[in-house]
Design a protein around this ligand. Structure first.
Ligand SMILES: C[S@@+](CC[C@H](N)C(=O)[O-])C[C@H]1O[C@@H](n2cnc3c(N)ncnc32)[C@H](O)[C@@H]1O
Length: 268
């Protein structure tokens, strides 16, 4: 894997899930992440104790929550993880019937193939999400959930716009789960606790996810959350330590946290 590129960022949420799994009261369990961290030689210790690891876990818990809700409503639906990295959402949420695609850049899919293999219901796609041809490799019917967790901020706004148009054209009616970082976060990324430790750069700042829905007439924001306004049932299920973190943020931290949003958008 290329270090120093955007691909290196995959190791941040991977490590966050591995660290979480070792806790006595974890928000999620991911034994595969523990195996992958052990197998991939990297200086993970530089991320130890950083608050964003907990943020990544809460974000993943929300994306898992949306995925479970989607599959409860559409048990034979198709989930497409774009910028999947070494994500293990399938392991946590699969219902035995869903169809699943994991898309990432070629280097990451090559790495991913060391740990995962394609099955009848699960397929890896090696492509940039900006490549207009990748949807041709999705050959299952809808409904579709397109999950873009911690990916789009690394693209330019122009690329994000083209991705939104591409998926709206090719997967009409799809749900798009995504996250956005506001201008303050993107401007201060050199001071960001984990991003300052890798070379990848966030290029797209978005202060209001309804702007994304506005790019495509008929698109609708179904839900938009910060880490301090998680869906009540998800917040209630978090370990007490996480609820305390969220409840006890000081005003300066709150300003940062409030600029980071996770949103579920229905495309027309
Ligand atoms: C921070 S990681 C997130 C990984 C995963 N979604 C997770 O939450 O564990 C960002 C991922 O986006 C991928 N990525 C960045 N640009 C991409 C592009 N143009 N097309 C596809 N994937 C991309 C990177 O390779 C990396 O795996």
């Amino acid at each position: 894997m290329k270090q120093g590129g955007v691909e290196e960022t995959v190791l941040i949420p991977l490590y966050a899930r591995a660290v979480e799994t070792a806790k006595t009261d974890p928000a999620l369990r991911d034994p595969r992440a523990v195996e992958m961290v052990e197998a991939i030689d990297y200086d993970y210790a530089k991320f130890d104790g950083l608050p964003s690891l907990g943020g990544a876990v809460m974000r993943t818990a929300l994306f898992d929550h949306w995925t479970r809700a989607f599959l409860a409503e559409h048990p034979d639906g198709t989930v497409i993880e774009v910028g999947t990295g070494l994500n293990t959402r399938f392991e946590r949420t699969d219902n035995g019937r869903a169809h699943w695609y994991d898309l990432d850049l070629p280097d990451i899919i090559e790495l991913r193939r060391r740990f995962f293999h394609d099955t009848r219901r699960r397929t890896m796609i090696s492509a940039s999400v900006t490549d207009p041809a990748w949807p041709d490799q999705v050959d299952t019917g809808g409904p579709y959930l397109i999950s873009a967790e911690a990916v789009l901020a690394f693209l330019s706004e122009e690329s994000v716009r083209s991705v939104v148009q591409l998926v709206a054209n090719r997967f009409p009616g799809a749900l798009l789960a995504m996250d956005t970082s506001g201008t303050g976060i993107v401007a201060a990324q050199q001071q960001h606790d984990v991003l300052s430790k890798v070379d990848a750069v966030m290029n797209w700042a978005c202060d209001d996810p309804s702007e994304v829905a506005g790019w495509r007439p008929g698109a609708e924001v179904l839900g938009s959350h910060t880490l301090t306004s998680l869906p009540p049932e998800l917040y209630a299920a978090l370990p007490a330590a996480y609820r305390a973190i969220v409840d006890e943020l000081v005003p300066q931290q709150l300003m940062q946290v409030e600029q980071y949003r996770m949103s579920l958008i229905r495309l027309p």
